[in-house]
Write a protein of this length. Structure first.
Length: 122
């Protein structure tokens, strides 16, 4: 039986969609979506999967690990080397919160305040 649906996009609320899309473009090597503008921007992979960024007036960044403003959603990325990936992502504008869950996972926060996780394969 074929699947009923397939993931086509993950969309993140933010204050500056184009800046956030450029962060994910630089971090993943995906292409900036050609229709990216000030209200909606994104990056797209060869398979068509889109990481979208949409402007939300009054956006409040989620807090992690706190829940005053819940994270609601986060992305997981596989990397070859946690330390190297973290260093490069911080150069691109990510930050590293003090709390980290364990040695296998690295939590970073994108420039709009969304937590995302890094791990190595296996």
């Amino acid at each position: 039986m074929s699947p009923l649906m397939r993931l086509s996009a993950v969309t993140l609320d933010c204050a500056d969609p184009l800046a956030l899309a450029v962060f994910y473009q630089q971090a993943t090597g995906l292409d900036l979506h050609p229709s990216s503008d000030g209200d909606f921007a994104g990056v797209v992979g060869a398979d068509g999967l889109l990481i979208g960024c949409q402007r939300v007036d009054g956006h409040r960044a989620p807090e992690w690990p706190g829940q005053d403003v819940p994270q609601q959603l986060h992305l997981d990325f596989t990397v070859d080397d946690l330390d190297e990936a973290e260093c490069r992502l911080v150069e691109l504008g990510a930050t590293r919160p003090q709390y980290q869950p364990n040695e296998r996972w690295r939590v970073l926060v994108d420039p709009a305040g969304h937590p995302f996780c890094l791990t190595t394969a296996g």
